[in-house]
Design a protein around this ligand. Structure first.
Ligand code: FAD
Length: 483
């Protein structure tokens, strides 16, 4: 119960009533809110980010009792485990996304970046993530708290009563020169689209009569840097593509194609059980996927990278997946406690953000890859982000009814899965004691992998689309067109 409610229940209720009869035109920090139908009578809950953590909160929170605003540069949620499949055409892009607009106009949604959090005044400085607009100086913005910067770029303020920070993390490059310019990342459906386009382009370029065989081999050298689950799954999906559809439509070129997986560590899949790593290495060796461990990439240029141990390696496509870098928003906030090593926000066991003075902020929570519980270090996975999101939903739905909030957050490990190609996968739950199926590899693990991700798909639409595309692409082959 909020202090005002405890001390002045009647006054509080009267105030609520008075607010409820105020005209429906709602203002967020001076901006007339035209996109929500909820009267401005409830506490304002702002969610930053529409990923595994933020979207789960958005889905589950009681939108009739909270006045919800979501701010994210994407107007969709990425179902990241399906991105590798989308990047090679095993699935269509829409299978891996869920729209934020599904919840409007009941909630307010801004496709924007949050650039700054003012914890004292409980407000957020945001910048539109839509294409820049040349504003007509003779017209006024519809709200008062819009600011215009030196170059005409406009920002706006959004107030909150409660805030959920779920901004995730960025891709790590270790500042290797040229990575940002010449490598592809696999973090978003846009990345998957770009990768798919590039694979097809490599084959079409290599197919030109003007090419020499050396040039063909270079173009069809597909390199992946990072031997974690994302790098491994992408290599496996690419193997499937090369040995089915590409082998059928470009038989000579498919024989020239190579997949190379590099990692700086002495082994791939560091977080998996040793036997499963061995199984993956043997499977990859049989499939012709080359694993190069203890390799350091020094720089990347257009179409080639330089490896300390080997020198120049030409490539047609380079996918870079070497872990997480801190989100700049998190890095920029000085009023909060941050993990020194990873720059993620530190929270208590109720997921409240611990401020620089060492006290947890009761109005601000942080979840997902951007946050860490001090006493309970957990991996940066969708599973953790999703469970934290679910926990917060319960908490917020109790807070809004003035009920006791749930016990501290507890993580339940359902295991890790990775696809290794040719209808095989690995499943590792050995970290949880006393489980019936603690380690599995091969076809059974592949079945678990597919059923897990099918079960986890969020909407009815994707529950229909995902198996349908798996089936259609199996029957008719993947889409090899490029627009
Ligand atoms: P994200 O899902 O990254 O979402 C962050 C959100 O915040 C995004 O909407 C972003 O646009 C938004 N944002 C960023 N900056 C700002 C800002 N300044 N203001 C407002 N919004 C902002 N995990 C598993 O458990 N199993 C898997 O099989 C698995 N497979 C994966 C496959 C791939 C290809 C990748 C990339 C990751 C995979 N993961 C998997 C990891 C998992 O996706 C992440 O741990 C998870 O996405 C973290 O959730 P999150 O909500 O913290 O961040």
């Amino acid at each position: 119960r909020t202090p005002s409610r405890l001390l002045f229940p009647l006054a509080h209720d009267r105030c609520q009533l008075a607010r409820a009869v105020v005209p429906t035109a709602r203002r967020i920090d001076g901006i007339r809110n035209f996109s929500s139908s909820v009267p401005r009578s409830h506490q304002r809950l702002v969610i930053l980010g529409s990923g595994w953590g933020g979207y789960e909160v958005l889905r589950g929170v009681d939108k009739k009792r909270w006045d919800v605003t979501v701010i994210s540069p994407n107007n969709y949620f990425n179902f990241t485990p399906l991105l590798a499949g989308c990047a090679v055409g095993t699935l269509e892009f829409r299978c891996a996304v869920e729209p934020v607009r599904r919840f409007t106009p009941q909630v307010t949604a801004y496709q924007a970046w949050c650039d700054h959090i003012d914890f004292k005044q409980k407000r957020l400085l945001c910048a539109p993530a839509t294409a820049p607009i040349a504003h007509d100086a003779s017209t006024k913005p519809s709200g008062g708290d819009v600011e215009t910067g030196a170059k005409g770029a406009q920002t706006f303020w959004v107030n909150y009563d409660k805030l959920v920070i779920a901004v995730g993390a960025y891709s790590q490059t270790f500042n290797v020169p040229g990575v940002k310019e010449h490598a592809h990342f696999l973090k978003d459906v846009k990345d998957a689209r770009a990768i798919r386009g590039r694979i097809v382009e490599c084959f079409e370029q290599a197919n030109q009569p003007t090419m020499s065989d050396v040039e063909r081999r270079n173009l069809l050298n597909f390199c992946i840097v990072g031997g974690g689950p994302t790098g491994v799954e992408f290599a496996a999906e690419l193997y499937d593509l090369l040995h089915t559809d590409m082998a059928e439509h470009y038989p000579a070129l498919a024989r020239m194609a190579r997949i190379n997986l590099y990692d700086v560590a002495p082994s791939i899949l560091g977080s998996f059980d040793k036997n499963l790593v061995e199984y993956t290495e043997k499977t990859f060796a049989r499939e012709g996927i080359n694993i190069w461990t203890s390799r350091t990439v020094e720089r990347v240029e257009d179409g080639k990278m330089f490896i300390k141990e080997e020198g120049e390696v030409p490539f047609g496509l380079l996918v870079w997946s070497t872990g997480l870098a801190p989100n700049p928003l998190v890095q920029s906030i000085s009023e909060i406690n941050k993990d020194q090593r990873t720059s993620s926000l530190i929270t208590d066991e109720h997921l409240n953000v611990v401020m620089a003075d060492g006290f947890a902020n009761p109005d601000v929570w942080a979840i997902g890859d951007a946050a860490k519980i001090e006493s309970q270090p957990l991996p940066a996975t969708a599973q953790v982000a999703n469970q934290k999101g679910k926990y917060l939903v319960k908490k917020l739905n109790k807070i809004v009814k003035d009920q006791d909030s749930p016990k501290p957050f507890e993580f339940h490990n359902f295991g890790s899965l990775a696809y290794v190609g040719d209808w095989k996968a690995i499943y590792d739950r050995s970290a949880s004691e006393g489980t019936f199926l603690s380690k599995e590899s091969g076809r059974l693990a592949w079945l678990l992998w597919r059923s897990a991700y099918f079960t986890m798909t969020l909407s009815l639409r994707n529950k229909i689309l995902v198996p349908t595309y798996w089936f259609l692409n199996w029957i008719f082959g993947r889409d090899l067109t490029r627009f």
